[in-house]
Ligand binder design. Structure first.
Ligand code: PPE
Length: 303
């Protein structure tokens, strides 16, 4: 799981020296923003970061929403991400840029606490298991609703937002499920704890509209790939019962990639296995990530 070096506030430090004070503001109050990015080994034997620009743009968008000034430019952060993969000699990996309020004081107002930045890269496999990626996972609708748009900001990847995700994850894991599905406060399907959600019925691919969810980069990639493969798409609110009777349902995210859902609330989805649309999307997605699709090479930053 370890890598050799971590980029901390502008320089590389050995893994075990990347430490913070116990009064770090973010440790107490969740006052951080972060990204999750993957790099993939390419067919040519190199490594490429997937949609780096979009992730860095979203990091800065999260910072703007959370009133944090990142003490580095977008170019510097992008270079730090690529360098972190390079210096650790990583192939396929998961990259976690984190911007957090530091300091050594107590008090909610974060504006006195310094903004610190770290970039970590670690080897990483299938988020919901290799079997989940192939066969599909079992999900349950959580009793926790996705945070309301006026409770926090779902557009920002704020550390504290993830308490909501963690509560839902622990709840469903305790009941033996692989992953949670969260409804919004109006009762419509929102997303997973760390994934967006798609469903397909009669050949049309659906996903939830943006207002109550994180603007997922994998979600956007899938919408583009659907257009490329000729699947019609629609962004619409839906209910849990429509998921039950869909032909296919899947999660997507940087960590989860494209993971089929084979069962929801003990109801089998479709044939209870990865369906044809999700398989076609996975094939295309992994081919693009491996640099085998010239038309999508602009999504890759070669390390
Ligand atoms: N919704 C949420 C709430 C979310 O956290 C993620 C990413 C997504 C949707 C998908 O977004 P994107 O990665 O841009 O396609 N979740 C990250 C954190 C997972 C974790 O366990 O940590 C991720 O997938 O990297």
């Amino acid at each position: 799981m370890k890598a050799e070096k971590i980029w901390l506030d502008g320089q590389f430090v050995p893994w075990q020296e990347a430490q913070v004070h116990v009064l770090t503001h973010a440790l107490h109050y969740g006052s951080s923003i972060f990204e999750g990015i993957r790099a993939y080994e390419t067919a040519a034997g190199g490594v490429a970061v997937f949609r780096l620009q979009e992730h860095v743009d979203r990091l800065f968008a999260s910072a703007a929403i959370f009133r944090m000034e990142i003490p580095f430019s977008k170019e510097e952060i992008s270079a730090a991400i690529v360098e972190t993969v390079r210096v650790n000699k990583l192939k396929g990996c998961y990259i976690r840029p984190l911007v957090f309020r530091g300091g050594e004081g107590v008090g909610l107002n974060p504006l006195r606490a310094p903004v610190r930045v770290v970039v970590i890269a670690i080897p990483f496999g299938a988020y919901l298991g290799e079997e989940g990626l192939q066969r599909g996972v079992r999900a349950r609708v959580s009793s926790y609703n996705r945070i309301h748009v006026n409770t926090s900001s779902t557009k920002a990847k704020i550390g504290g937002n993830y308490v909501n995700s963690i509560l839902a994850s622990m709840e469903v894991a305790g009941d033996g499920y692989d992953e949670a599905i969260l409804l919004d406060t109006n009762g419509y399907v929102a997303e997973g704890p760390g994934e967006n959600i798609f469903w397909a019925r009669n050949g049309t691919v659906y996903t939830t509209p943006l207002p109550t969810i994180l603007e997922g980069i994998t979600r956007s990639s899938i919408l583009t790939i659907c257009a490329h493969l000729g699947y019609p798409t629609r962004e619409t609110y839906t209910t849990r019962d429509e998921l039950y009777i869909s032909d296919e349902v899947w999660f997507c995210g940087t960590a989860a990639e494209i993971t089929p859902i084979r069962e929801i609330d003990r109801i089998t989805i479709g044939k209870g296995q990865a369906g044809p649309i999700v398989k076609a999307l996975q094939d295309k997605f992994f081919a693009i990530a491996a640099g085998k699709e010239a038309a999508f090479d602009h999504w890759l930053t070669h390390v």
